[in-house]
Design a protein around this ligand. Sequence first.
Ligand code: SF4
Length: 396
Amino acid sequence: MEQAVTDIDQTVESGITPGGLEGTFRDVLSKDHARRGKPPLHFADMTEKERTATATSLGLPKFRVRQLANHYFAHYDTDVANYTDFPAQLRSDVQRAFFPRLISEVTHQVADSGTTIKTLWQLFDGSHIESVLMRYPNRATLCISSQVGCGMGCPFCATGSLGLTRNLSAAEIVEQVRVAAKAMAEGKVAGGPGRLSNVVFMGEGEPMGNYRSVLAAVRMISAEPPFGFGISARNITVSTVGVVPGIKKLTAEGIPVRLAVSLHAPSDELRNELVPMNRRFDSGQVLDAAHDYYLTSHRRVSIEYALMRGINDQPEHARLLARRLNHYGDHWVHVNPIPLNPIEGSKWTASKPEDEVRFLEILNSAGIPATLRDTRGSDIDGACGQLAARVLNKRS
Ligand code: SF4
């Protein structure tokens, strides 16, 4: 048992899934994957003890740590020059020690009358990631990245074609959220001041491949200020392409986040081709783990399914998908078919609209709730990694 737990830890922390003689899966690494050094340590990376120790080294008493947390999590402010409750002569030291700049905007695109904003960020080592903020009448959702690139190698996905460069630190993840929450609070998104209400880990990367940082970020996003941003865990979605040990570990955490599984195919034969990770953890293992997550968390699981013309979007695919999901009973799952954001020139292209409609109808008539995923912004998609695909591909 001990051994099993250790294996799970190694799996999720390395992002590389150890295999035996069969079913080995390794991250596909990008050309510039290398030891890149660690991002500067940031307030959001530190434990309470580390924050206190750092404060002490600057000659600050312990209560200052709570003040810093308040500035950061309640007011989204990392500019220490604004901290009028801090001694002026110490502010630059505090800035350096706690709030080094981790993400810098390179550019952003606005769509949907200013309610969708896609931002390209540069990190300390010159890497890039993206996040997308989408405002709706009753909520504002931020789609964030957990890794630079992705090592899962799905052949239809532009992010996958770049490979994995590196994991993000917890603070690099949390900073994407802070900046969006600040933009919402300051009315920088069309519609006036508002609140960031939802966060989805569906940008670049496989969240389970960077489990520790993702979980630390989930805790900070969901804790009430001054310990976090106070976004309910129920409004946070963690996606995975099917890293079963990660799903099991998340199940054991007992945090009521929504789990989204990118299935993309109803049979192992097809999924082996579309999602290489399936050769390590097959669709039966993935669905078993997802259903266990539902039983434990009482949260309905989302099944993400990128519709590809003539590949996985035919009636027989929809019928088999419905059969496999119904095998576990009712009301445990919701399917989100997503029009594919295709890589130019690849054999994987978006489904015909009539095939999308028929796919949905078959699922619905089999009792499986399914809704076509809203794709905000003409080129802003939201399957894992699909989000960043176009800009990334242009860049590469
Ligand atoms: S589809 Fe998702 S898991 Fe697969 S390569 Fe793209 S980002 Fe990674």
